[in-house]
Ligand binder design. Structure first.
Ligand SMILES: Cc1cc2nc3c(=O)[nH]c(=O)nc-3n(C[C@H](O)[C@H](O)[C@H](O)COP(=O)(O)OP(=O)(O)OC[C@H]3O[C@@H](n4cnc5c(N)ncnc54)[C@H](O)[C@@H]3O)c2cc1C
Length: 362
């Protein structure tokens, strides 16, 4: 029987575990993950606001693995030897495979600014969310660096909770416009929401240095803080370069639209960590990983049977809904921009449905 090794319990690998549970075929599968829990980022904002508890947003991987009849190994992959078909973990384990699939997400960009690595909080890998949430909730003077969807959503949700507790709102620092990749209408709307809620906003300010008490920007502003959360977009994990695998310019594992590495077809990848040669500009978002899941699993099974693979075709537009606090959401879909409680309701329904798929009953 061929051995399938799954590195990381990202969205596409959760799907594979669910399918293994449903299909009940004969497989020899192992999943390796640095934490027993996989945390669902779609619910991070609601968790920070206090709308969800930790069990709502996390999946216990050993339980899911047991139900799927696969082995779970706690640890992180350190390097891949594609020729020998083995993976070395940071605990020193050596795991062999016939087919390998990688879904390890991404890390945080821009953390090389002096002082940032030492003083800033980071969510990724995503099992850090609980300690990050605690620190940001308890802070007297919390700051978020980053004006993208994640930064804005986290700052707004946290501020909604802090308002109820009579605490200061969260400040946002961003050197680029808020939601830089969204339409002008969405950018204006989010700026207005942030201003209406009195979140201190530092735009066109690039962080130059982080001391133990201040964030110093390139224009000379000194912003006092006691906790700073760094959310400046995704960065490639180092695993692929360490392993001398083919990568794109940013270090993401280069795969074909079959989600396979051309030079090593026994290696598959999905989600943030992969860059598809035919579609280099795909957003690093959970929705993309979810859409890749089915093709990843079909192609892995096909590869084991030496069948031809299916090709991934991204959508032109992805739905994005940011929670803006107090159960209101900003829905962005192409040119549609809707700030309304119904947007939050839809987001909540999508997120709950995703999580319910992975609840294992006995
Ligand atoms: C605050 C925040 C909010 C977000 N909200 C949304 C949203 O609402 N909608 C959306 O589409 N996207 C959202 N995103 C982006 C989204 O989180 C990522 O795009 C998505 O999680 C990527 O999924 P993935 O399957 O690639 O990996 P992940 O979900 O990141 O999972 C990867 C897993 O691999 C593990 N891992 C890492 N390194 C190793 C290793 N070396 N060995 C083994 N395992 C490893 C990690 O611990 C993790 O469990 C948000 C991001 C942030 C930071």
């Amino acid at each position: 029987m061929k051995k399938l090794l799954l590195i990381g319990a990202g969205h596409a690998h959760l799907y594979i575990m669910r399918k293994l549970k449903e299909e009940k075929g004969e497989h020899d599968v192992t999943i390796i993950s640095p934490s027993e829990y996989q945390y669902y980022s779609g619910m991070f904002s609601g968790y920070l606001e206090g709308l969800y508890n930790k069990e709502d947003m996390r999946i216990h991987i050993p339980t899911l693995a047991k139900a799927a009849g696969i082995h779970f190994t706690e640890g992180a992959a350190l390097s891949i030897d594609a020729k020998a078909k083995v993976v070395l973990t940071e605990k020193g384990d050596i795991l062999s495979y016939d087919v390998l699939s990688v879904d390890i997400g991404s890390l945080t960009a821009g953390i090389d600014v002096p002082g940032a690595r030492k003083h800033a909080l980071r969510i990724k890998p995503n099992y850090r969310i609980e300690e990050v949430a605690r620190a940001m909730q308890e802070a007297k003077n919390p700051v978020v660096v980053g004006g993208g969807a994640a930064g804005v959503e986290m700052a707004l949700s946290l501020s909604a909770r802090r308002k109820l507790e009579d605490k200061k709102p969260v400040s946002i620092i961003s050197h680029s416009p808020l939601l830089e990749n969204a339409s002008a209408k969405a950018q204006e709307e989010i700026k207005q929401i942030i201003q209406d809620k009195n979140l201190p906003l530092y735009l066109k300010e690039k962080v130059a240095n982080v001391t133990s008490s201040h964030i110093i920007t390139s224009t000379g502003s000194q912003i006092a803080y006691d906790e700073v959360l760094w959310l400046t977009g995704p960065k490639a994990p180092g695993l692929f370069q360490t392993s001398q695998l083919p990568v794109d310019q940013e270090g993401y594992l280069l795969v074909e639209d079959t989600l396979q590495v051309k030079e090593y077809p026994a290696i598959f990848a999905a989600g943030d960590c992969a860059s598809i040669r035919q579609y280099p500009g795909l957003p690093k978002a959970g929705v993309v990983a979810v859409r890749q899941s089915e093709i990843l699993w079909e192609n892995i099974k096909g590869f084991m049977k030496e069948a031809n693979g299916r090709r991934f075709q991204p959508k032109n537009t992805y739905l994005s809904i940011l929670s803006t606090g107090q159960k209101k959401g900003l829905l962005i879909y192409g040119r549609i921009v809707l700030h309304h409680p119904l947007s939050w309701k839809l987001k909540n329904r999508i997120d709950q449905k995703f999580m319910n798929t992975y609840k294992v009953n006995g």
